[in-house]
Design a protein around this ligand. Structure first.
Ligand SMILES: CC(C)(COP(=O)(O)OP(=O)(O)OC[C@H]1O[C@@H](n2cnc3c(N)ncnc32)[C@H](O)[C@@H]1OP(=O)(O)O)[C@@H](O)C(=O)NCCC(=O)NCCS
Length: 151
């Protein structure tokens, strides 16, 4: 598949993620389910990727520690979503790499996520590894905790 050549990325307010979160991650559920705990926290940031001015994908990063890790500063990746029509063109990778850059600007170098089983390969290609056993998130399905330390 040809990779998308022309894209722009920028930080966006939480509610601007909803038009992507909703169809991709909360299909058929009320719009209110697109709001995540911590979306408005001062340490949280949201990134959007645009193709020809149209929002195509989003990701959210929270400064949030998982009890299984002992790194002092831990960032959690959440709400990773690319609209179906824009998937498999490299935009997901763009979003994760931009998130890592911003984490690094904030003095961090450790990120983790609850990865949907279907997305594990996607994160592995970006250097993330599975940590622990499969677990189920009700209404969403099987997940793994994945993480990456890059310094
Ligand atoms: C998972 C998702 C964010 C990936 O975004 P994307 O823009 O399609 O991914 P990219 O095009 O950047 O893919 C990067 C690489 O990962 C691979 N990849 C992407 N999604 C994959 C998947 N579900 N399974 C296996 N490999 C995958 C691509 O083939 C590509 O590999 P390559 O570099 O060898 O060609 C997107 O498919 C999506 O929104 N899915 C539905 C929601 C979801 O599952 N979100 C994750 C929740 S944890």
């Amino acid at each position: 598949m040809e990779k998308t050549a022309f894209y722009t990325v920028k930080q966006i307010p939480p509610e601007e993620t909803y038009p992507v979160r909703h169809p991709v991650l909360r299909t058929g559920l009320p719009l209110a389910t697109c709001e995540f705990d911590g979306d408005d926290a001062p340490t949280t940031f949201h990134i959007g990727v645009y193709i020809e001015g149209k929002l195509a994908g989003v990701v959210t990063i929270l400064e949030n520690a998982h009890s299984r890790f002992d790194e002092e500063r831990q960032f959690q990746l959440r709400g990773m979503a690319v609209l179906e029509e824009f998937q498999k063109q490299g935009l997901g990778q763009v979003l994760v790499r931009e998130a890592e850059k911003e984490v690094e600007r904030r003095g961090g170098y450790f990120m983790w996520m609850n990865a949907r089983k279907v997305a594990v390969r996607f994160y592995e290609k970006l250097g993330y590894i599975i940590d622990g056993d499969e677990f189920i998130i009700e209404t969403v399905g099987p997940h793994y905790v994945m993480c990456k330390k890059w310094k």
